[in-house]
Design a binder for this molecule. Sequence first.
Ligand code: F6R
Length: 611
Amino acid sequence: MCGIIGVAGASEHGAAPPLLDGLEYLTYRGYDSCGIATLANGRVERRRAAGRVANLQAVLKDAPMAGDTGIAHTRWATHGVPNETNAHPHGNAEVAIVHNGIVENFSSLRAELTDAGHEFETDTDSEAIAHLIVFHLRRGLTPEAAADAAFARLRGAFAVAAIVARAPGRIFVVRHGCPLTIGIGEHQTWVGSDALALAPFTDRIIHLDEGDRATVTAAGASVRAVDGQPVERPTVTSSIVPTAFGKGGYRHYMQKEIHEQPIVIGDALRALLDTRAMRAEAPDLPFRFADIDRLILVGCGTSFYAAGVARHWFEELAQLPVDVDISSEFQDRAPLFGPAGRSAAILISQSGETADTLAALRQLRAQRVPTVALVNMTSSTMANEADAVVAIHAGSEISVASTKAFTAQLATLACLALAAGRARGKLDSEHEARLAAELTAVPAKMADILAAQNRLQDVASDLIRAPSVLYLGRGPAASVAREGALKMKEISYIHAEAYPMGELKHGPLALIDEHVPTVGIVPSDPLFTKNASNLAEVNARNGPIILVSDDNGISELGETARHTIKVPHSDPFVAPLLYAVPLQLLAYHAAVLKGTDVDNPRNLAKTVTVS
Ligand code: F6R
């Protein structure tokens, strides 16, 4: 989603060079245009470009920018096409603003300001903010008061940073429904959409509370609560390591992040698994698994698919009924939570900022359902608002397509399911120890899968010619199939559809012919025989099969497959963690062969902060 970076009091080279660096870092959020505004010689200067940061760099080479204070933005289009005119910062020689989120009342503001003589240039909702500040400046308000008056008129979810020609060295910001973070540097102060955006510049972070406004100068930030009263917000040390940003010799962040999985899963397991006692350590939760009779798992996209896998674990190992919900759907229906204290919810989110999951969290809290944020970003809004936080320890995930966060979510949820099983008296210690041992073997098995990646280029080269690819799995593998199909479509733009294996005869079989490959996710587990007969149906209709299975599965079904992808044998419990990896690699290689922008696929954002 859109990203903000700003600096007050930049070095002797001025604000533009570090802001350009900051924009480069922000590209992990997904964007389609970008821009910078600085304060120089008593006026606001702006440079903007459609497309990549490199395009903006070229603009700045021809027309450099002076000034030690400035704001910059990567835009992910919501209102208005992604072109230079609609790129942020918006404004004029008096004022410039950058904005994340949505201004819901922009139509009425635009009409009102147009009546007052303001001329709008763009199709964006954001431009109204710049005009509002100009309007209040012209009424004689100070720059700070004009910014606050403008912010007070906005409805919706927004984070805004503004500069005003009459206020050199200052940036005015507001946080309302979208995160905004201040970073304290040596001789300058930073503004960023999140702590990750600021990681290359500083680890001393101030998280603004909902409704906060602040005036940022090189010396620091003075923060006002929504009622205008000065407030102190603590400065905390962020644990995000900026070196995590390098690609470390890999061609793409996604490739690097896929290869980090053995280490990441080790970290995720270490946090919750006592490997001497071979049992899961239950983290501090706002409920006891033994006391609830329903667990609600909520997330979007990849995080939702992690929930789909985890449902099987909680139901089987803890005999705990589970509802799995897509966050956006959850908000729009009237879910029933049963007697007070008998339900609990886990909100799953890599970023901890996804608008729909955040809305679901707030809805659950309003209904007094105890909530846990299972997140990667532990300084996120969800982590702050939930009753408890469980970290997945995936480290910074830069590529828009989520990979290591998915498997780290699975590893963490698997440990919680073990803890739940024990707490509810459904999992004896011997069984738990056996499953814990299976989990500890996952990193090494993932490393084996990664070592075999070159063969997958051949498979991928077959897939890129296909009009569509079908992914099939049964039980937990149905959610792994959905995740595999999502990876394929989002980065390679090849249409991919996932179905639970048993649904094949109820419609999707009609798609099968010699041109439509089927990726069958088929561990040799108790579901194998059923899966084998479904794949026979595909084979009978000349559908090319890509069989993802272990040695046993391949020796039984390999002959009918066009390609086989071998996954080390494992207990069915941990199979989802392993089978996810070749599907990620398959999508990655298909995207590379197609020449797409792997880390920043078109139309997508890393963090979706609007509903
Ligand atoms: C897919 C992907 C998205 C996210 C989804 C939720 O590769 O990254 O589907 O999983 O937008 O994001 P989080 O987990 O940050 O809430």
